[in-house]
Design a protein around this ligand. Sequence first.
Ligand code: MV4
Length: 448
Amino acid sequence: MIQKLLIANRGEIAVRIIRACREMGIETVAVYSEADKESLHAQLADEAICIGPGPSSESYLNMERIMSAAMLSGADAIHPGFGFLSENGKFAALCEKCGITFVGPDAAVMENLGNKQTARNTMASAGVPVIPGTDHPVLDAERGRADALEIGYPVIIKAALGGGGKGMRTAWNPQEFHLAFLTAQKEAQMAFGDGTMYIEHYVEHPRHIEFQILADSFGNVIHLGERDCSIQRNHQKMIEESPSKALSDSLRERMGEAAVKAAKAAHYVNAGTIEFLLEKNGHFYFMEMNTRIQVEHPVTEWVTGIDLVKEQIRIASGESLEIKQEDVKLLGHAIECRINAENPKKHFRPCPGTITELHLPGGKGIRVDTDIYPGYTIPPYYDSMIAKLIVHGKNREEAVAKMQSALGEVIIEGIDTNVDYQFEIVNEARYKSGDFDIGFLEMQERDS
Ligand code: MV4
């Protein structure tokens, strides 16, 4: 049983976790940086402990300070949220060592999946479809060049410790390979301190489809359907929805079975996400597995009626899943727009500052997950996402109409935001048709 939980995070996700705990009768401990003294999460928690200066490296990424706060407050569990330490195997291991429940999978499982090459091999051995590619680490360009020829061009060179687009280059022919490899490897070395690479055939014009899974410590694994996250720019997701227009019931069943198989193969426990690339012809491939609660979890919550954060906490407490696969029904359609403090007209430059005026939409089928309030000053140190606007309708058409209406109502003064940019997207014919792939926003930018 978890009685007191420390949230090793900030912003809207910290608030989201505090709310789940309050409903469950669990005491909450917030940690906050000196830049977050006025933050909502620090005010809403039962206790709040300052863990250091604004820069993340000295606060939200500092394992020792967070662990000290957990010890000091007598917390018996830590929820890492997303970002920061959420996928750090060393932190999960430290929790284990200190006798604190980490709300997530155990360290070894996290590290196996964190290495995209070993994750690929785990999935391939279990019979989960993976993209044709290397089954060994690639450390030098010459070896890679031979592998690429065997795989077939175009290829994509990825960092084993990467994910999210860093340390990644495509090569369209053998002439391009050498430079692409060295560039990707150098970037990987800089970002992750490791130049281990792997190579895959480059899949053109796919959708990004991810499956939410829940796994308890008794070997029960279920999937909660998919999220279509194809609307993104520079590997930053902008709009996510569930269900995906690209999935028939039978494809959903097959991809869902593959997702469950993937989680079982990894000996996964807690909430997790299996990312797939889906080709237009219906072929799908495992890409990576995320071992955290994700930003876009609310769309799944809305179509399934399942509270994912509560399930995470129940699973971490050692409870077994009460939901059976046949009980999971996807009802209606949900869409999420990420609202960022940034200026789309200035290359999406982040725009911290003070919110002078604020109106957020509401009503039937509208949910806003945020930590902002009038007079709040957004600090410059963290991610620019300040709110998530989630809508639910009986079908995609109604959900899109609701998103158009809700975005049109938002007033955030004092800072620049991407609200108008999001409004334009959801009013585009191509977006409304639902016929898009991961190139949608890049296409847009070339047009305008
Ligand atoms: C790919 C791919 C095509 N083929 N792998 C981007 C981030 C990282 N998670 C993997 N990514 C991709 N891997 C193969 N073999 C295309 C991408 C990709 C992408 C994937 C999902 C959503 C948006 C994307 C944007 C550009 C590239």
